[in-house]
Design a protein around this ligand. Structure first.
Ligand code: RIB
Ligand code: CA
Length: 319
C-alpha cells in the first residue's frame, strides 16, 4: 500500500532518472507530483527527459511541471560533462506523448500540498530553486510539508568544487532559504551518495539483457562520468539520487546525526554545506560569531550494498 506521499523535484539527469524509476516502482511511495528545474541540463531537456523516463517504466499519469530555468542569482550552468548533452548520458529513450501541466512547478507544488489531507514529503534531487521560490511565495505551505529530504551538500569533500556539492553549489541562495524555512530537513549528501553503486558487470549484463527496463537501467548505470584523464577515477554504477529515495523507505541503513549546518555564499567556498561536527563550543560561540546555522539530520554513512540490492530488487532486476 502506498503510504508515503511525496513530491519529487528533479533535474533529470542520469541519476534522477534512476531515482524516478525506483520511486515509481516502490510499493510504499505515492508520487503526488514531479517538478523540474534546470541543473544537470537545461529546463526543457529536464522536462522532456522526465516524461520519457516515466514512459520507460509505464508510470501512471503523474502531474509533471516545469519550474525555474536558472538559479535565483547565478547563471545556469549545465553538467553535460557528467550527464551528456541530452542529460541522459546519450541514452535515447522513445519520444513521449505525456505533456507537462499547464501550470508552473511552484503552483503545482502549492496546490498539491494545500489540497492533500496529509502532509507530504518534499524530495529535492536537484538545485533547490523551485523549493526556495515555493517557500518564499507561499510560506503557508510549510505546515503542509512533512519534511524536506534533499540530495545535496557534503560534510566532507565536494564534487562541483573542492568543498561544494553540485546541487547546492548550483543555487546556494536557494539552499540557504530552504535551510532557514523551519521545515524539518534531512540531508543525503556526497558522504553517502558516492558509496552506493551497482557492480559494473551487473550493470553491463542488464544493459545487454532482454528486459527493456533492465536495458535502460543498465545503460544509465553504465554512464561513465570521467572526472579525470585517469580512467581509474571514473564514477560508474552509482545509483546517485536513487539512494536518497531509498533513504525514504529504509532509513535504518544509514548512520544519521543531528548537526548544525550552514551554506557558504561567498568566496571559493560558495555552495559549501559547512557541517559543525564538533562536540564542544569553540571560539566562534564564545565570542558570539556563530552566524545562521540550522540543525538538521545528516546521513554520514550507509550500508551501501543494502541500497544497491534494494534498488535492483525494487526494479525486479536483481537477477
Ligand atoms: O552532486 C550530485 C547531484 O547533482 C545529483 O543530484 C545529480 O543528479 C546532480 O543533480
Ligand atoms: Ca539530480
Amino acid at each position: 500500500m502506498r503510504t508515503l506521499p511525496v513530491i519529487l523535484d528533479v533535474d533529470t539527469g542520469v541519476d534522477d532518472a534512476l531515482a524516478l524509476l525506483f520511486a515509481v516502482k516502490h510499493p510504499a511511495i505515492d508520487i503526488r507530483a514531479i517538478t523540474c528545474v534546470a541543473g544537470n541540463a537545461p529546463l526543457g531537456q529536464v522536462v522532456d527527459n522526465t516524461l520519457r523516463v516515466l514512459d520507460a517504466v509505464d508510470a501512471p499519469l503523474i502531474p509533471v511541471a516545469a519550474g525555474a530555468s536558472r538559479p535565483l542569482l547565478a547563471p545556469a550552468r549545465s553538467a553535460s560533462h557528467v550527464h551528456g548533452e541530452n542529460g541522459l548520458g546519450g541514452i535515447e529513450l522513445p519520444a513521449t506523448r505525456r505533456k507537462p501541466e499547464g501550470v508552473g512547478a511552484v503552483e503545482l507544488m502549492r496546490r498539491t500540498l494545500m489540497g492533500s489531507d496529509e502532509r507530504i514529503t518534499l524530495v529535492a534531487l536537484a538545485p533547490q530553486t523551485n523549493l526556495a521560490l515555493l517557500l518564499r511565495t507561499y510560506p503557508e505551505v510549510t505546515d503542509r510539508i512533512e519534511r524536506i529530504v534533499f540530495m545535496g551538500g557534503s560534510a566532507g569533500v565536494g564534487n562541483a568544487t573542492a568543498v561544494a556539492e553540485f546541487n547546492v553549489w548550483h543555487d546556494p541562495e536557494a539552499a540557504s532559504i530552504v535551510l532557514s524555512s523551519g521545515v524539518p530537513i534531512f540531508m543525503y549528501g556526497l558522504d553517502v551518495f558516492t558509496q552506493v553503486s551497482v557492480p559494473q558487470d551487473a550493470a553491463a549484463a542488464l544493459a545487454a539483457g532482454n528486459d527493456p527496463l533492465g536495458r535502460v537501467v543498465g545503460s544509465l548505470l553504465g554512464n561513465r562520468i570521467a572526472l579525470s584523464e585517469d580512467e581509474s577515477l571514473v564514477y560508474t554504477g552509482l545509483i546517485g539520487d536513487a539512494g536518497a529515495v531509498c533513504a525514504l523507505v529504509e532509513p535504518d541503513a544509514l548512520v544519521v546525526e543531528k548537526r548544525p549546518v550552514r551554506v557558504e555564499l561567498s568566496g571559493y567556498g560558495r555552495g559549501q554545506t559547512i557541517v559543525d561536527r564538533r562536540r564542544y563550543s569553540g571560539e566562534d560561540r564564545l565570542h558570539g560569531g556563530i552566524g545562521d546555522w540550522t540543525v538538521i539530520d545528516i546521513a554520514l554513512d550507509v550500508d551501501a550494498s543494502r541500497y544497491a540490492d534494494l534498488f535492483l530488487e525494487t526494479l525486479d532486476l536483481a537477477g
